[in-house]
Design a protein around this ligand. Sequence first.
Ligand code: AMP
Ligand code: ZN
Length: 434
Amino acid sequence: MEVSDQIGERFVRMSREEIARFQGEALKSSVAQAAKSPWYAAKFKEIGLEPGDINSADDITKLPFTTKDDLRLSYPAGMLAVEPERIIRMHTSSGTTGKPTAIFHTREDVDCWAELMARCLYIAGARSHDIFQNMSGYGLFTGGLGLHYGAERLGMWCIPAGAGNTARQILLIRDFHVTVIHATPSYAMHVAERMVQDGEDPKRLGIKIAALGAEPYTDEMRVKLQDLYGFKVFNSYGLSEMNGPGVAFECEVQKGMHAWEDGYLFEIINPDTLEPAKEGEVGELVMTTLRRDGMPILRYRTRDLTRMLPGDCPCGIAHVRLGRMVGRSDDMLIVRGVNVFPSQIEEVLMRHKWLGGNYVIHLTKKEALDQMTVKVEIAKSSFDGSIDTLRHQRADLRKELREQVGFGVDVDIVEPGSLPASEGKATRVIDERG
Ligand code: AMP
Ligand code: ZN
């Protein structure tokens, strides 16, 4: 297969006008396809909508939103829109509580997903001669097979290492001269810190490109990882409901993630009013599948908070760019009445070279008052060992955190490797307020 076919180049190179035209047509057929599922057939009947009422991309607002609850209510197969024999794969979302949500793919859907994923890796600079190690979990989690199919489609030498077993990960990277990796940022940090603790230099691994995603992380975390490994980090965004990875990805410019508008229709809404957010404003990302037959999903409320970046990308790709995710609306903490995202804490921590990359935010209550303690590992290599230095640095850190969130935060500096290590999505908050 030619590179242009591997990555769907005719889609990648679309102009704004071509994207608009394509989306109008694709939305019409996606809605018609969705109407074949019991769930959407009932939904359309309830609100009196005929698929024929949708004639352009602007008509999207006539469609109902779909929520995580809808996916649970329609579980297991209420949104299936084709004959079951056409399905060749299913995945579920990584939620650990309650019923999972199941997503179904036809052969064409899996093919399209691989194309979307291949182009993500391509715009970050990966090529067929690269050696790719996928350090994320396989199985129902989409970070495994999702990345895998994309990387294979691009023709890379793929190592399906899966999650965990850090010693083996390092061995494989070394012995097979891996140049491209995929992992969660927290796991990539863990691997680097393990190496540093063992007196090894992650830079010597020679990795060039790291596709990191599946959880929120700050630009400060990206910089820290790039310094440790000497590779370039590319933010990778996706969610199982929208296939998985392959939704949006950073190009070589590393300023925002191109969101593939031939695959999805993107909206940013104000989560309270459900109206479109003002241009460039942060809001909830809402997505509609445009190229999935097995299980189309219309106006899915992702709960992920981000914004669309204004202006053209110097790389020449016209697909809209999403900013770094601020967090999920359900990740927002309310501490002493103040809204705090874990990413605000991370931003401050990662600016300090003497700190490592692993941290936990611990919330407790003391006489009815919320207490926030940030536990963070020290980076021994950049610390001179004096108690006095530690005291000063800790005081500075507390001051910066107070400035960031507006209330006093306790700081607990702990030994490297003493906080639970993450293999997949890191748990950053422990809330014991009851
Ligand atoms: P899953 O259910 O496993 O598919 O998880 C999808 C969720 O992971 C998304 O809805 C986001 O909340 C989160 N996520 C994935 N990629 C990123 C990213 N690059 N930045 C921030 N959050 C992400
Ligand atoms: Zn670009």
